[in-house]
Ligand binder design. Structure first.
Ligand code: FAD
Ligand code: SF4
Length: 511
């Protein structure tokens, strides 16, 4: 029977069983649509990255004899929404069965379910064959438990997949977690190997996107586009990570630096989230490299990396499907402020924010600690509405897809879920930032001062946040020490702190 199979922009799984079957009467369809480019304002590199990767995957399939329909953004036939395009194609090609892979996003999941329920032809949904857990696994794992600490889920995954285990029973290296050895500041050494980079010319595609009038933000060097957009590229990023960066990945995972946007991070998130790489092959490659190079690479680097993919990534996906759709609206701290305009320009005197935002605008990338402890920290301390924060994170990063963006942003970073993902809010004063970076050295503000015109804004904002949210956190054991310290602050000092913090919150562009 004539079958139409939909492939979404983040379903570029080259190894999917679909492509191994008899292909007679099967047509695949890819669509570049305004529905996807406009649900939030995206970074230009994100739009280019997705469209390039979709086009390359189409080529890959055509070369292997598959029949593919590809609707480009400016095609006359393109009706720009999923249901309208599908309806038209089903009628044009006299399709008798419609098939799709389960979307990772709640919005698309609902849209496709609705679409299928209106169809008179047969429909079928398939797994994407990408994740190591099903949508429901995490909810089942924590059933009846009060807290959903990631650690237990991660250990279970290690056992289930027999990853870094001795006799499938004990953790390799004698412990489950080497996080404590992963907290070094980077002082310019060890040297970070020069990246090869892709330097792809995407000017023609950029022109198409501009012609379509899609609203985007951020910067792009269209002659040197540097993200992997094919399976081959993605494998080369993975190999290069193993060879050059894994050796210090864990050590400098939390480090921040003005001159180094990537440090020892892998930059694999885009290739993973579009499914050009499978998490299992990433984990296996890293472990295989380590086994062959044990005298060079320590297990702590490897465990730190595996934890991110086997632990955090799958955990966030599970939380998403467990908590949506309510999660999208959660704002347990009742934060209401607007995100400052400088998040779109990097025009601020606060050096840590200036560098983290500038790098994000230039590269559509920031590493985890920049997202969590600089931009996220500031947004939470200034009590910004999580909708505003989400829209920024969802737009700016090339790897941002709602299932992993919202759980990290609303959950881990903004504590808007009231403590489902994080057991305490990720907030800090300037001293943490100073400990992990060289930002403060060249900053307009003095990280040591708490109040006064030259004082680091993070210092007053931190104590002000604790004071404002005191009631909310009063029963949180992990906050007891800080609240205790807050209680000991002399009244006049707290008054000055709050005065300074409120001036910043009311007029952030001045700082
Ligand atoms: P590495 O540091 O090299 O880590 C390796 C891989 O581990 C990543 O590629 C990623 O697949 C996985 N990983 C690491 N941390 C996490 C995490 N917390 N959750 C899920 N997977 C993780 N990640 C996204 O993929 N998309 C997002 O939209 C996104 N938004 C974020 C928003 C905030 C506020 C925060 C604090 C984190 C966010 N993250 C997001 C998680 C993390 O910051 C990125 O995955 C990481 O920075 C990507 O860079 P990398 O590939 O160099 O990662
Ligand atoms: Fe950021 Fe404060 Fe350090 Fe400046 S002094 S870089 S504002 S933490």
């Amino acid at each position: 029977i004539k079958t139409l199979r939909l492939i979404l922009g983040d379903q570029l799984n080259h190894q999917h069983s679909w492509f191994k079957e008899e292909q007679e009467n099967i047509r695949y369809v890819f669509m570049e649509m305004r529905q996807e480019t406009d649900y939030v304002v995206h970074h230009i590199q994100k739009v280019i990255g997705f469209f390039s990767a979709m086009r390359n995957f189409t080529e890959y399939l055509r070369e292997r004899g598959h029949a593919v329909i590809y609707l480009k953004i400016n095609d006359k036939k393109n009706k720009q929404t999923l249901p309208k395009n599908l309806k038209q194609l089903i009628s044009e090609y006299e399709i008798e069965k419609f098939e799709y892979q389960l979307p990772d996003e709640y919005r698309l999941d609902g849209q496709l379910k609705d679409f299928c329920s209106d169809l008179t032809i047969e429909t079928e949904a398939y797994d994407t064959e990408h994740f190591l857990t099903s949508r429901e696994d995490l909810a089942n794992f924590y059933k009846g438990k009060k807290e959903m600490t990631m650690e237990y889920f991660y250990r279970d995954m290690r056992k289930k997949y027999d990853v870094l285990m001795v006799n499938s029973k004990d953790p390799e290296g004698g412990k489950w977690n080497f996080d404590k050895s992963n907290r070094k500041k980077w002082y310019g050494k060890p040297e970070i190997p020069h990246e090869r980079g892709f330097r792809k010319d995407v000017s023609a595609l950029l022109q198409e996107v501009e012609k379509a009038g899609i609203k985007t933000f951020g910067n792009i060097d269209a002659e040197k586009f540097n993200w992997p957009t094919s399976r081959e590229d993605s494998l080369s990023v993975l190999n290069s990570f193993c060879k050059n960066l894994l050796v210090h990945f864990g050590d400098f995972q939390d480090a921040l630096h003005t001159e180094q946007a990537y440090l020892f991070h892998s930059r694999l998130s885009f290739a993973l989230n579009t499914k050009m790489l499978h998490p299992k092959e990433v984990i296996e490659s890293v472990i295989c490299y380590w086994r062959e190079n044990k005298d060079e690479v320590d297990i702590s680097q490897v465990e730190g990396f595996v934890r991110q993919i086997l632990g955090w990534r799958e955990y966030m996906r599970g939380i998403y499907w467990k908590e949506m759709p309510g999660y999208r609206r959660s704002n347990k701290l009742d934060n209401q402020n607007k995100l400052p305009d400088f998040y779109w320009t990097a025009n601020t005197k606060m050096n840590c924010l200036k560098h983290s935002i500038r790098q994000s605008l230039d590269n559509a990338y920031a590493h985890h600690i920049q997202r969590l402890m600089i931009t996220g920290n500031y947004a939470l301390l200034t009590q910004t509405h999580p909708d505003e924060v989400d829209a920024w994170y969802l737009g700016i990063y090339i790897d941002a897809i709602q299932w992993v963006e919202i759980t990290n942003t609303r959950g881990m970073s903004q504590f808007a879920d009231g403590g489902i993902v994080a057991t305490k809010p990720y907030v800090s004063s300037g001293s943490y930032i100073n400990k992990m970076s060289n930002y403060c050295k060249e900053c307009h503000y003095d990280v040591k001062q708490k109040t006064g015109e030259n004082s680091c804004p993070f210092n007053s904002l931190y104590w002000n946040f604790l004071d404002d949210k005191r009631e909310f956190f009063k029963d949180n054991r992990r906050m007891a020490m800080m609240l205790n310290m807050l209680d000991k602050k002399p009244e006049d000092e707290l008054f000055r702190i709050k005065e300074r913090a409120n001036a910043i919150i009311q007029n952030p562009e001045k700082f």
